[in-house]
Design a protein around this ligand. Structure first.
Ligand code: F0G
Length: 462
């Protein structure tokens, strides 16, 4: 008799066939390295990092199939065969009609923003993302946050903290006038909220509002499969649907998308714009030639497009995504059991430490999350990222810091890269920093770049 084994474990549906050796460093070496990096984990050299949780972007391990696809690169300037594979995959798995490759997500954001935003426009969205908002601003627009209030509260365990507050959105549309709103910028698995999903119910309500006021929905689909998994697990009516079916349903409720394929789609570089409207597609196809490259490569090599085509198919596989999110939850649960303040529920692409609660004695103006990320690196060589006041930047009009409610350190888990033992090392290190938290002092910023300051800002210890 055939037995269907009940799947209790998130264990990986793959095995390891090649490894990358890591350098083990001493605490003294790490203290020097982070000082030289201006206490900014973005400025560390990766050779000095043991476990790299800076980002899940472009850091995935590709499969043997993807690597063999790399050998099939058709490096023609125009009409590469790999482009057609890539186009087919986007149509098949996401359902959008037209697709244009870009070098990565922000290339797509640049083109969408230039194409749709006029100076003075308002772009409502479910929380900002750094590059997305900057492109909106550079095009003369202003971002308006319409995410539900729960998303700004790290302790609130609402399962769909990526939802839009529909009432807030409708009030904004009425006050601004629909004519000043070029599109709704709706992200799945909202990054800055902690990788929190939006529900299908909320997406349907959004579709209704968008149709009522004749406004487009542009979907930031960077982590759409992770969002779909949460819908499958938590939303009624979806437990029998596959992640792949749910992904397609999500996309069907929107008019177009920008994608950073460096996340969900399991590649090291790439992105795209997807659209259903032919006229917009034509305009985007014109613009892509100016900023990225011809519309059949958009800044990518043929081999990169092949890897994306294969990665998209792997990314929506149920076994893959259960292991992916299972691993993130495993780390989250270790930290929760140790009493470490984290954003709840645990999100899709990482665990977010609540630095305000971890270091309650530090004012936000001495950069608690930036400080905590540096301390964790010194303790164990684990590299994380600030997602707080430094990332939030300054108010464009007043020049003051933006003071976000969420002052977080992101422990972002690359896909298919680290093991359960690595997760245990991370948790041990954070516990040891937590035990010594009272003696931790803050930082002062000594160099501040004009755009996206978190990438290159430098700090000194107070
Ligand atoms: N949208 C979201 C939700 C993202 O998380 C990112 C990148 C982008 C757009 C831009 O895409 O990097 O390919 O140009 N997020 C990375 C991160 C950088 O670490 O969260 P990109």
């Amino acid at each position: 008799m055939k037995r269907d084994r009940v799947k209790h474990s998130w264990a990986e549906p793959y095995k390891i066939k090649m490894v990358e050796l890591l350098k083990m460093t001493t605490q003294e070496e790490r203290e020097n390295a982070i000082k030289e990096a201006g206490y900014n984990t973005f400025l560390l050299r990766s050779k000095d990092v043991y476990i790299d949780l800076l980002t899940d972007s472009g850091t995935s391990a590709m499969s043997d199939k993807q690597w063999s696809g790399m050998m099939l690169g058709d490096e023609a300037y125009a009409g590469s065969e790999n482009f057609y594979h890539f186009e087919e995959a986007v149509k098949e798995y996401y359902g959008y009609k037209y697709v244009i490759p870009t070098h990565q997500g922000r290339g797509a954001e640049n083109i969408i923003s230039r194409m749709l935003i006029k100076p003075g426009d308002i772009i409502p969205g479910n929380m900002y993302f750094t590059t997305t908002r900057l492109h909106q601003e550079l095009a003369g627009g202003k971002f308006a946050d319409v995410i539900i209030d729960e998303a700004h509260d790290p302790e609130n365990e609402f399962p769909f903290k990526g939802n839009v507050n529909i009432q807030k959105l409708e009030n904004l549309i009425k006050n601004t006038g629909a004519g000043r709103i070029p599109y709704l910028a709706i992200a799945t698995a909202v990054n800055m909220a902690g990788g929190q999903p939006i529900s299908m119910e909320n997406l349907k309500e959004l579709r209704y509002v968008a149709d009522k006021y004749n406004i487009r929905i542009i979907h930031d689909m960077t982590r759409v499969a992770e969002n779909a998994f949460f819908i499958q697990q938590k939303e009624s009516g979806y437990s029998d649907k596959s992640v792949s079916e749910i992904v397609k349903e999500i996309c069907s409720l929107t008019d177009g998308a920008t994608m950073s394929a460096k996340k969900d789609a399991l590649v090291n570089i790439g992105g795209f714009i997807a659209l259903n409207d032919y006229d917009l597609y034509e305009e985007a196809r014109n613009l892509v030639v100016v900023y990225e490259g011809l519309h059949t490569y958009g800044g990518l090599a043929g081999r990169d497009m092949e890897a994306i085509a294969l990665g998209i198919a792997e990314s929506v596989n149920d076994d893959h995504i259960r292991a992916r999110i299972g691993q993130v939850e495993f780390l989250g649960d270790l930290l929760i059991h140790a009493g470490i303040p984290v954003v709840k529920p645990i999100g899709g692409h990482g665990v977010f430490l609540n630095a305000k609660k971890f270091l309650p004695h530090l004012e936000q103006t001495v950069f608690p999350a930036q400080t905590l990320a540096a301390e964790i690196y010194i303790d164990s060589g684990v590299r994380s990222m600030e997602r707080g006041i430094v990332s939030a930047g300054r108010n464009k009009e007043t020049g003051e810091h933006n003071f976000p409610n969420l002052e977080l350190v992101r422990l972002t888990i690359p896909r298919r890269v680290y093991t359960q033992a690595h997760m245990e090392v991370i948790a041990e290190s954070i516990e040891s920093v937590y035990a010594g938290r009272e003696s931790i002092k803050g930082l002062k910023m000594v160099y501040e770049p004009k755009y996206l300051r978190f990438f290159q800002a430098r700090f000194e210890k107070l």
